[in-house]
Unconditional design. Structure first.
Lengths: 407, 393
């Protein structure tokens, strides 16, 4: 394994522009993880696709911001060097300062905020708080896999799921409702990964009310990792609702629009009693001091996130239109990735392999949609101009050399 | 500032069901327990001497920071961070001349301690450790509702091996912190090896977690790492950290070394496995740090030993006995409650550590700063304790 990864790394080592940013954005991580998971599951023909030798790949497989963090964040990190030796509770800013800053942004108090090592720690800790072998997890299918994986494999928790809506691939909240009675936790990723769709603020509000009515003890976690990329005005953060409603939690991350997947900082907001339960599971000194400084600097630079969202939107529209022009429909994306129906031509695995052969890395399989739908992260405009050319040739070749699916 | 103290408040709530152990062990966490005693605590102010948290006052050194700066400023490309986990594991494996399957990365050794407690204790298999010791395992065992058995230290504030052996029979996990925090004492290599051998024979189902966080500071000639022992015995795990001698407490990097079958059980509970990852700064820094030649830790040990000898002598000259210090902190019988001492020192710009029950009425833990810091600090100690600042004639 180390041999093949080495080879891959060397292939990608020739670039020169914004290394630090790409490093911090940690592109490609999720894909590496996918490889690990596939290995663990005994492999299902989903091994890492082979890239041609010597090619600098376009990596649009992992939903990371292709530009990385802003200058403010990098400067903040460089300023932390003299304090590398200090624990986060002795450094400046303190981890507590980040919590206070986040609280202020949402007109909340520090007791409403808990930090995590990425949102991953928070998702796991929510599982620890709300789930047990007798209190099941409810998720849409497909969605981000971490909570269900942890619940199932590490906690022996039952996972009940309902498929996303037929045509739109939106999370079907009405289909989830019958599953919630007696559940410990409902996990909603909004916008949803991998389908890229949102549920509106009103839909979420109504859903929470229904869950509270049907199953008052069931908690609801809204993972808003991609919220900074939404442009549909019907979307709104559920943070105000979380602050006002016991056992409703919103998680956020600096790994996406903030471009700092490698920094490993996320946070959760909720009412004080709920966050208190979550904090009990927080690992002591969990966040690194450089990351805290970078996060504080980024939150004080909201213009950067606005620019990032606008940049992404232009790339998104371009990419969706390019694929539509080729005859391939994508869902209504509100994220920095798109989910595209290539089923009439090939499976996600075939698409991935064919693109990789031309130096473009797209997303892994997302069962149960992997026969029909491919997830493509949005890189820079320049990357997507090149990538869409690759898509055109890959999809066209398949259409002309084979009829329908499979090779 | 009541809100900011919430960690401790929660902690107390959790510990309530296990009041007996938690009152003695405290509930983990330097910062949260600290907070309870120092509600006004804020970031270390400029000019304040922070000798409270067993940090290396010098930091990771120019080689490590220089390489990080190079990465951030875009000179060379460090690769993707997923790849970095492999590179760091290989660097650690190379340092100890073991295989990467013998290495498990964690978010600080904290995560290793938690994972081991998660996996090896249960409702019927207790955690066993000394009173006092570093509290993370005990705190986490309480959090998940598993029993904790505490063993008193001997009269030299060292691990009482016979008592430990008796208590450990049938236990799930033994936490063996050596040198021990907060008492700074060290059990020699031979005695530890004998203890491990006896315990494995007497209770083969019990896992022993040896926390070697402070190992690089040991000067006792009878010292050696128990990593080779752990490789041969699936019952033994060694935890290490980059937070102490390597000066990287802020970057949250630790690891376990042991038998692959044992580490495999822990992997799912650490962020370095599955879908998780460690932060890129920490991994890059740690990779460079452990790749340095032995002179880095040798120099840091020497620097610390000189400061230790100076500080120990200051107390001994004034009739206050520190324990035999084999770490980068001292545990001193100041003959007066730690709280009053701490608060008085804080008022004069010196931060020393929190209470360590059951010795908080007499003993203070003082981290060793730089020589310059300690020279200033002892002036404050002299003022506070009503001792002459020059040695008694």
């Amino acid at each position: 394994m180390s041999v093949s990864r080495r080879g891959f790394l060397q292939g990608s080592r020739s670039g020169t522009a914004s290394h630090a940013r790409e490093w911090l954005a940690a592109r490609g991580h999720e894909e590496f993880v996918a490889e690990l998971q596939q290995g663990r599951q005994g492999g299902r023909g989903m091994a890492r696709p082979q890239l041609p030798p010597g090619v600098e790949p376009i990596r649009i497989s992992s939903n990371e911001n292709p530009l990385g963090p802003g200058k403010a964040a990098i400067d903040a990190i460089l300023g932390k060097f003299p304090e590398a030796n200090r624990y986060p509770f002795n450094s400046t800013p303190l981890d507590a300062d980040l919590e206070i800053l986040i609280a202020k942004l949402y007109s909340a108090k520090r007791e409403n905020v808990v930090l995590g090592v990425g949102s991953q720690e928070l998702l796991k800790n929510a599982a620890r708080v709300f789930l047990s072998p007798t209190k099941h997890l409810v998720i849409p299918s497909p969605t981000y896999g971490d909570p269900a994986g942890f619940a199932q494999y590490m906690m022996k928790v039952t996972v009940k799921s309902a498929p996303v809506a037929d045509k739109t691939l939106k999370t079907d909240l009405s289909a989830l409702l019958p599953l919630v009675k007696g559940a410990g936790l409902v996990y909603l990723c909004n916008p949803n990964n991998p389908t890229a769709t949102i549920n509106s603020a009103q839909e979420i509000k109504d859903f929470i009310a229904e869950v509270k009515k049907t199953s008052p003890t069931t908690a609801i976690l809204l993972d808003e990792a991609y919220c900074d990329y939404t442009t549909d005005p019907s979307f709104a953060t559920a943070i105000p609702m979380a602050l006002a409603t016991p056992n409703v939690v919103v998680t956020r991350t600096f790994s996406k629009a903030y471009g700092m997947a490698g920094v490993r900082i996320g946070y959760a907001l909720g009412d004080a009693a709920t966050i208190k339960k979550m904090s009990a599971w927080r690992m002591p000194y969990n966040v690194n001091t450089f990351g805290v400084a970078a996060a504080v600097a980024s939150l004080k630079d909201p213009a950067h996130i606005k620019e990032e969202s606008a940049r992404n939107k232009a790339v998104r529209e371009f990419t969706i239109k390019a694929l539509a022009d080729m005859g391939y429909h994508s869902t209504e994306s509100q994220t920095n990735f798109i989910f595209t129906d290539i089923g009439k031509t090939m499976t996600a695995a075939q698409f991935r392999d064919a693109c990789a052969a031309k130096g473009v890395m797209v997303g892994r399989d997302f069962p149960p949609m992997e026969k029909q739908w491919a997830r493509i992260s949005l890189g820079t405009m320049e990357e997507m101009q090149k990538a869409t050319e690759v898509f055109r040739s890959v999809l066209k070749t398949a259409t002309t050399t084979t009829s329908g699916k499979g090779q | 500032m009541a809100l900011s103290r919430r960690h401790f408040v929660q902690t107390v709530g959790i510990g309530a069901g296990a009041a007996l152990t938690s009152s003695v062990w405290g509930r983990g966490r330097e910062n949260s327990v600290w907070s309870a005693f120092e509600p006004e605590l804020q970031a270390v102010e400029r000019g304040v001497i922070c000798i409270a948290s067993n940090e290396n006052p010098v930091g990771p050194g120019q080689k490590v920071l220089g390489s990080l700066r190079t990465l951030l400023e875009g000179g060379t490309r460090p690769g993707r961070y997923s790849g970095q986990m492999g590179e760091l594991s290989e660097a650690i494996a190379g340092h100890f001349k073991v295989k990467t399957e013998n290495v498990l990365l964690g978010e600080g050794s904290t995560e290793i301690l938690r994972a081991a407690t998660q996996v090896f204790t249960s409702k019927t298999k207790a955690l066993v450790g000394t009173i006092p010791t570093y509290e993370e395992c005990a705190g986490y065992a309480e959090l998940i509702g598993n029993p904790v058995r505490g063993v008193k230290l001997n009269s030299e504030f060292k691990i009482d091996l016979d008592a430990m052996l008796a208590a450990a029979k049938g236990a799930g996990l033994v936490f063996y912190c050596n040198p021990n925090n907060p008492t700074a004492t060290y059990v020699g290599a031979k005695a530890t090896r004998d203890f491990l051998t006896k315990l494995i024979a007497a209770s083969p189902e019990t896992t022993i977690l040896i926390d070697e966080a402070y190992f690089d500071y040991v000067t006792d000639p009878d010292h050696e790492t128990h990593v080779p022992f752990a490789l041969e015995h699936p019952q033994v795990i060694v935890a290490r950290t980059f937070s102490k001698a390597y000066g990287m407490a802020g970057l949250r990097q630790g690891y376990a070394l042991g038998h692959p079958d044992t580490l495999k059980k822990l992997r799912g509970w650490t962020a370095s496995s599955g879908t998780g990852s460690l932060n890129v700064f920490g991994m890059a820094a740690a990779t460079v740090a452990i790749g340095q030649d032995a002179s880095f830790t040798t120099n840091e040990r020497k620097r610390n030993a000189a400061v230790r000898d100076f500080s120990m002598k200051w107390f001994a000259d004034r009739g206050m006995k520190p324990t035999d210090c084999q770490a980068n902190f001292m545990f001193v019988n100041i003959g007066t409650p730690a709280k009053a001492f701490r608060e008085a020192c804080r008022a004069k710009g010196v931060m020393v550590a929190r209470d360590f029950p059951p010795f908080h009425q007499t003993h203070a833990r003082i981290t060793l700063g730089t020589m310059e810091e300690m020279q200033k600090a002892v002036q404050v100690f002299g003022d506070v304790l009503g001792k002459k600042s020059t040695a008694a004639a």
